[in-house]
Unconditional design. Structure first.
Length: 252
């Protein structure tokens, strides 16, 4: 049933008991302490993505710890059934997202090329509700490779993904989605894993350190990146128009 739902909708939420798991609770505390220490020690406003309000997270050693807890809780069995693949045949790359208070709104997009076989698994270390920047997905939008202009004109079945602490969401990378604005008074963290087959040979890179790190989003960390982010964040209608015209020209 879960596999069929995943294939139909492009995502699935797995309700778990991790929110009551002592190891998960203690690990979450360590993650948030490290995150706060990192925020205090650096000026995150200098990172590209801070204007938009969405920064990347690399969990470092906590990524291994989190996966081990998921494994020991027996959740890998559900993941194998949903993806119809053995865990040993998959690679898990660590990542995550920090939605800044009062910011965080994105444009709809997919993650990477449509033809890739790739999945995103996010594990909620806090409740994600209507006000702290939940991801909004377009249900079933993963089935066809359509250019942006055609997506904009299409009928959409949109849903904000709300999660309790310990819940897991798995989605296809080709599912159209966006981060929504975090109108709460706190930054919102969501740790994720990019999953792909070992034989896919995708060149996906991340920092190989043991420390939790806050990183720029997809904007380049230079002056051109600043201009790109300014247009994306502050002149949304212009960004929309540029993207629409570009997709009409190259049909992508």
């Amino acid at each position: 049933m879960q596999k069929e739902q995943f294939e139909e909708n492009g995502f699935i939420i797995i309700n778990t008991n991790l929110g009551n798991n002592h190891q998960f609770i203690e690990l979450s505390k360590k993650i948030y302490n490290s995150l706060e220490e990192k925020i205090i020690s650096m000026d995150i406003n200098k990172l590209r993505g801070s204007m938009m309000g969405n920064l990347n997270i690399y969990p470092g050693k906590y990524g291994d710890d989190l996966l081990n807890i998921v494994k020991s809780a027996g959740i890998f069995n559900s993941i194998e059934k949903i993806l119809n693949k053995k865990i040993d045949d998959l690679i898990f790359n660590y990542g995550g997202n920090l939605s800044l208070s009062g910011k965080g709104e994105q444009h709809f997009h997919i993650d990477g090329g449509f033809d890739k076989e790739m999945y995103l698994m996010s594990i909620s270390t806090e409740d994600i509700n209507e006000i702290n920047g939940p991801t909004e997905v377009c249900i079933g939008s993963h089935k066809k490779n359509v250019p942006y202009w055609k997506f904009i004109l299409s009928k959409k079945n949109k849903k904000k993904v709300l999660l309790n602490k310990g819940d897991i969401i798995i989605r296809k990378h080709s599912l159209w989605h966006r981060g929504t604005k975090n109108i709460s008074k706190k930054n919102r963290l969501l740790l994720s894993f990019v999953i792909f087959p070992k034989n896919a040979n995708y060149q996906i890179k991340h920092n190989e350190t043991s420390d939790l790190n806050i990183l720029p989003n997809f904007f380049k960390q230079n002056y051109l990146g600043f201009i790109h982010e300014f247009i994306y964040s502050k002149t949304r209608s212009l960004q929309f128009l540029i993207r629409l015209i570009k997709s009409l020209i190259i049909n992508k």
